[in-house]
Structures are given as structure tokens and as C-alpha cells.
Write a protein that binds this ligand. Structure first.
Ligand code: GLN
Length: 273
């Protein structure tokens, strides 16, 4: 069977883009190059592998986990079902944090997952480096692999953000970033089928979705230098609640930044001490 015929057969069940991604992945080419291969004959093994991946996608599994990689801010990251898939929304956090960083700065990233935030920031802002914390050993390993593969000066450590920071982190950082779990527990069951494949530990922010913000603003604030800034991704309806948490913890000059869809997505607060 030639590529164009298989593509025609699978479209209609899943999106054309996803079909093209699966075929291009199998051939080791970019999606944009597929058109020039339209009449190429596929081997039985290639067809079987594409159809296996197609069935997984049809069952709702995210394309990103099937491919095992995804692009974020122009770079390719390895992703596994053990980490949240890097999202375009989080690029808003990168844009916001980039403007606050100076060459030579060291960043602390909490709940790092794939490591996409600290890796991108250290590569975007010259002469910066980062420490990234992550609870789950498989994710620590993946974030480290991503940092190595992209030559980013990021050290990944295993640590629980819902506990006290290590003494060596105190007073050290001009900027702390995080995209913590922020979905309300009661909303977890209503997430789209693709999101249900992602680790619930990366999504579930407790009863009101705010547990990590309270911890970060309170327990992790001592890791900031004087006048240091917290840059946090938030849910579209959490700006007021998170502003209040930051204010009560002594943060001032609190600003909200909108994502490309016009939703509140990032909050920045400056520690006033
Ligand atoms: N933005 C993600 C979603 O809605 C949630 C990410 C998170 O909890 N940090 O699926």
C-alpha cells in the first residue's frame, strides 16, 4: 500500500494531522515532507506499526505519548506517560519569565515534570542555569535526559514540593518558576479523554486546586533572594485566589498574564522583604 492510500483510509477516524504525524514518525521524516513521499510503498511491518499507533490514538491516548516526544518553544522534548505533556499555554510562562531574568541568574523550577520550563529558560537566556525539583523518580530521570539531550545547564533533583526545601536552596534564587498541579479534585473526572492518560499527580491540585500555590508561596518563599519573583502557571479561573494567597504571604506588584487564548495563565509576584 502506498502512503497516500493509507492516509486516506485512516483519516476520518482521527484527525488528518494526527494520521500524518503517525506516518511521518514511522518514516523518520517531518510531517511537511510527507507530500513528496505520497506514492512511496510501505512495507508490511511499517503498515503494522502505523496501524498499532493508530489504534492507540483511536482509544484516546495522546499523540505525544505515542510519538514519545513533543515540541515546546521550538525544541523537542522526550515525553512519557509519567509526565505532563508540555503545553502551548506554558509558553506564556516562558515569555513572562524570560523578561525577568538576567544573564548569570540561577532559576529554581518546582514540579518540573519533563523539565520543559527550566531547560527552555536556561537555553533562551544566556548564562543562566537552573535547579529543577521533581517528586517522581521516573520524571527526574526523564527531565535529566531532556536537559542532557538539549545541553541545558539544569540539575534535576528528587524533592517533594509539599515539604520543606533543602537548606542549600534558601535565599538563593532571583526567580522561582512552577507549573504545579492545579485542577480541582472534583474536576478530574471531567477532563478530556486525552488528559485522562496524563499522570493525575501532575494535574490534581487538591479540593480547591490551590494546595501547591499555598505551599509554594509560604514554604518555598525563603528560597527567593530579597526582591525575588515567583512566576506561576495558573488555571484560567484562579487569578484572584492565587493573587490573594501571594498577597497574604508578602508578595507585592502581583501581575497576571494572559495566554494566546486570552485566559489568565501566569501570575508573577515580587517578594517584598
Ligand atoms: N493546563 C493543564 C490542563 O488543563 C493543567 C496543568 C496543571 O495542572 N498544571 O490540562
Amino acid at each position: 500500500m502506498v502512503i497516500a492510500d493509507l492516509q486516506r483510509e485512516l483519516c476520518g477516524w482521527i484527525s488528518k494531522t494526527d494520521v500524518q504525524e503517525l506516518i511521518a514518525y514511522e518514516l523518520g521524516i517531518r510531517r511537511s515532507e510527507l507530500a513528496t513521499h505520497a506514492q512511496q510503498e510501505l512495507t508490511d511491518l511499517q503498515q503494522k506499526r502505523i496501524c498499532d499507533h493508530f489504534t492507540r490514538r483511536l482509544n484516546g491516548e495522546p499523540l505525544q505519548y505515542i510519538l514519545g516526544e513533543w515540541d515546546f518553544y521550538g525544541r523537542t522534548f522526550r515525553v512519557t506517560p509519567g509526565v505532563l505533556i508540555p503545553r502551548a499555554d506554558t509558553e506564556t510562562l516562558i515569555d513572562a519569565a524570560k523578561q525577568l531574568l538576567q544573564p548569570g541568574d540561577e532559576i529554581l523550577d518546582l514540579c518540573t515534570g519533563s523539565g520543559c520550563i527550566p531547560i527552555t529558560l536556561t537555553l533562551e537566556v544566556p548564562e543562566t542555569k537552573a535547579i529543577a525539583l521533581e517528586l517522581y523518580p521516573a520524571a527526574v530521570e526523564l527531565a535529566s535526559q531532556n536537559a542532557t539531550a538539549l545541553s541545558a545547564p539544569v540539575t534535576v533533583r528528587c524533592a517533594n514540593v509539599l515539604s520543606e526545601p533543602n537548606a542549600d536552596l534558601i535565599g538563593r534564587f532571583p526567580v522561582i518558576t512552577a507549573n504545579p498541579p492545579y485542577i480541582r479534585s472534583c474536576d478530574m473526572a471531567t477532563l478530556p479523554v486525552e488528559v485522562q492518560f496524563e499522570p493525575k499527580e501532575a494535574l490534581d491540585g487538591g479540593v480547591d486546586g490551590l494546595i501547591f500555590y499555598r505551599f509554594i508561596a509560604n514554604v518555598w518563599k525563603p528560597c527567593l533572594q530579597k526582591g525575588g519573583k515567583l512566576v506561576l502557571e495558573i488555571g484560567y479561573d484562579q487569578a484572584i485566589a492565587v493573587t490573594e494567597i501571594l498577597w497574604q504571604e508578602g508578595f507585592r506588584d502581583i501581575k497576571t498574564v494572559q495566554d494566546a487564548g486570552g485566559n489568565d495563565r501566569v501570575i508573577i509576584g515580587t517578594l517584598d522583604n
